[in-house]
Design a protein around this ligand. Structure first.
Ligand SMILES: NC(=O)c1ccc[n+]([C@@H]2O[C@H](COP(=O)([O-])OP(=O)(O)OC[C@H]3O[C@@H](n4cnc5c(N)ncnc54)[C@H](OP(=O)(O)O)[C@@H]3O)[C@@H](O)[C@H]2O)c1
Length: 249
């Protein structure tokens, strides 16, 4: 029996990396899947990979006024939403002394404000009993130099999941967090890192884990499947940490 048969799922940032692997796994498990992102080309190629009649909706989570129409499109095609993965995010590292207001605002607008309003604007389109999952990061409760603004946004969403779970209890909507450790995805090269810089970052991050390697998007997708399905029905406002032991090292 497929774990997500007859379910409708929306994955924000579903056209790349962790979100794409999750959308593929959800479709394999029977869900009808809508993905969002800003890049039309990768939305188109991703929906082919995902299959099962999936749709790609161009939507920027930092343009709050437009978020609702993405859910409306998904609900018109598939019906109301049972699973919402709030995963879209960006990574702009930089030391405290040099971090610009523009970098801060961009990080905050997408990774924090974008998450708050991605959940708020979904409310009319969510079924009672829906599972909402937000992608945080193992960095959300660590104190590593050079990633403070990013880490703080990931801490903020852990707080949101707890508050929202209480607030949405009357509709039995549970909101949980999945915190990945370092995972090899395009996020690491989006700021134009050279192959050498990427290798350096990969070795540095691998050494920060007990596992001694980066995770894969497919390993993280298995965690989203657990949180999306009824297997996790007693988990509410909680955090699933899949970080190769980064937090304990
Ligand atoms: N990879 C890691 O090591 C790691 C570790 C911990 C947590 N995470 C988190 O995991 C999530 C997914 O990241 P990833 O590693 O899979 O990176 P990725 O491959 O770069 O994926 C990021 C996704 O977010 C979308 N996105 C970014 N800004 C957006 C916006 N304003 N509106 C809508 N969509 C937007 C991107 O699509 P478009 O470019 O088309 O908009 C893309 O689909 C992020 O929240 C990230 O912080 C990643």
């Amino acid at each position: 029996m497929k774990k997500l048969a007859n379910k409708v799922a929306v994955v924000t940032g579903g056209n790349s990396g962790i979100g794409l692997a999750t959308a593929i796994l959800f479709a394999e498990q029977g869900a009808k899947v809508a993905i969002t992102g800003r890049n039309q080309q990768s939305l188109d190629t991703a929906t082919i990979e995902i299959g099962n009649d999936s749709i790609g909706i161009r939507s920027d989570v930092s343009i709050i006024a437009n978020i609702g129409s993405a859910y409306q499109t998904a609900a018109e095609k598939f019906g109301k939403i049972d699973i919402l993965v709030v995963n879209a995010g960006i990574y702009i590292p930089g030391p405290l002394a040099d971090y610009s207001e523009e970098q801060f605002d961009k990080t905050s607008d997408i990774n924090f404000k974008g998450v708050f309003f991605s959940i708020q604007r979904a409310l009319p389109y969510l079924n009672d009993g829906a599972s909402v999952i937000v992608t945080s990061s193992s960095l959300g409760t660590m104190g590593i130099a050079g990633v403070s603004a990013y880490s703080a946004t990931k801490a903020a969403v852990i707080s949101l999941a707890k508050s929202f779970s209480s607030e949405l209890a009357d509709r039995a909507i549970r909101v949980n967090i999945l915190s990945p450790g370092p995972v090899e995805t395009p996020i690491m090269t989006r700021d134009g890192a050279t192959p050498e810089q990427f290798e350096q970052a990969k070795n540095y991050l691998s050494a920060k884990t007990v596992a001694g390697r980066l995770g894969t998007s497919e390993e993280i997708a298995e965690g989203f499947l657990y949180l999306a399905s009824d297997d996790s029905k007693y988990m509410i406002g909680g955090e699933l940490l899949l970080d190769g032991g980064m937090r304990i090292k």
